[in-house]
Design a protein around this ligand. Structure first.
Ligand SMILES: Nc1nc2c(ncn2[C@@H]2O[C@H](COP(=O)(O)OP(=O)(O)OP(=O)(O)O)[C@@H](O)[C@H]2O)c(=O)[nH]1
Ligand SMILES: [Mg+2]
Length: 329
């Protein structure tokens, strides 16, 4: 990041990434230009934002007049996060959706089975996460809508068939297809520090048929072609413990904590937790609970691991997974 961008700017940037229309992006870019500190260290970024703003204005006209070619799919975010499953043909994408959710995509032992994206909800402990299965990507096949899916996702699951000699190249091709579109599947999410048009998206590499005897050779070969140190997990989807490990790994890769709330004088609500990013504060939780609550917030009491039981803390207090928080206005 060039020179200390304030948290409000970073939040706007995150909203920009997840925006679904040119009009929405335009409004957020205007806000980013107001929020960005005006000094030497941000001059390049200010110029980039102004260029983007002009381009986006043109996009609004395009969107209004003629819909772009290609299919459009919209899956409203549900649950704690949205995870996009992508990969080469026959690499286990649909099998992951089928095994971890109640969705029933077609799974078959030949390539190009999936033609359209399909969502499903994955439960893990007391949270749910939205998974979206997609058609395969190859040198000559790239559904245009996949770009926006990936760029606005909370996490990408990239599948790699551990039992196929084709996987290293097929998977490198997937990375290449996104790289050509200014999108790097990476170890963390955020705009490139030096070039605002480039985006990195956090990716978990999931190796299916993960107990195959030659899996590590195939992975080594892949790593020679692409040196990104992806978080990686090897699973055999026929094995129940491996499927459970996959659920946990997906949730952990999202970098979220779960929080339970209670109104003063009322019992705690342990039914469905709120989630915020690791490092999030009492104020972040309050704005998740209700738009106005963050403004009205005076203090909070915590039961959990981030403070002594019943301790009063301020809005900047950093919360821990599974804290129970009583918000006082
Ligand atoms: N035993 C076993 N079979 C797997 C595993 N992962 C995938 N498969 C099988 O591999 C085949 C392909 O899986 P799919 O989920 O259809 O692959 P896909 O990536 O969705 O394929 P396309 O939609 O054609 O791109 C199916 O027969 C799956 O059952 C695994 O970890 N273990
Ligand atoms: Mg499929």
């Amino acid at each position: 990041m060039p020179a200390n961008l304030p948290p409000q700017y970073q939040k706007a940037e995150e909203e920009y990434r997840k925006a679904q229309s040119a009009a929405e992006r335009f409004e957020i870019l205007e806000r980013m230009l107001v929020l960005i500190p005006k000094h030497k260290g941000t001059e390049k970024l200010q110029a980039d934002l102004k260029t983007k703003l002009k381009e986006t204005k043109a996009d609004i006209q395009v969107e209004k007049t003629a819909p772009k070619g290609g299919k459009v799919y919209r899956f409203p975010r549900q649950g704690a996060a949205q995870v996009i499953i992508i990969g080469g043909p026959n690499s286990g994408k649909s099998r992951i959706l089928r095994d971890l959710t109640k969705a029933e995509p077609e799974v078959a032992d030949y390539p190009f089975t999936t033609r359209e994206p399909m969502p499903g909800m994955m439960a893990w402990e007391d949270v749910t996460v939205q998974l979206i299965d997609t058609p395969p990507i190859t040198d000559s096949l790239f559904e245009p809508y996949l770009l926006n899916f990936v760029r606005s996702a909370d996490l990408v699951v990239l599948t790699f068939d551990g039992a196929s000699d084709d996987s290293p190249e097929a998977t490198a091709t997937v990375l290449d297809q996104f790289r050509q579109r200014a999108t790097a599947l990476s170890t963390m999410t955020g705009f490139d520090e030096d070039d605002f048009s480039k985006l990195n998206v956090k990716t978990l590499l999931v190796v299916t048929h993960g107990r195959d005897s030659e899996v590590s050779d195939r992975l080594d070969f892949f790593r020679e072609m692409n040196s990104t140190a992806f978080a990686t997990i090897q699973v055999d989807l026929d094995q129940t413990p491996d499927r459970e490990l996959l659920r946990r790994s997906i949730f952990e890769a999202l970098g979220l904590i779960r929080l339970y709330t209670k109104a003063p004088g009322k019992p705690a609500d342990f039914s469905s937790p709120f989630t915020i990013p690791i490092g999030g504060t009492v104020e972040d939780l309050a704005s998740k609970v209700h738009r106005d609550l963050a403004d009205k917030l005076k203090f909070a009491k915590i039961w959990g691991t981030s403070a002594a039981d019943g301790q009063s803390v301020g809005r900047d207090h950093v919360l821990a997974d599974k804290d129970l928080v009583e918000l006082h206005t």
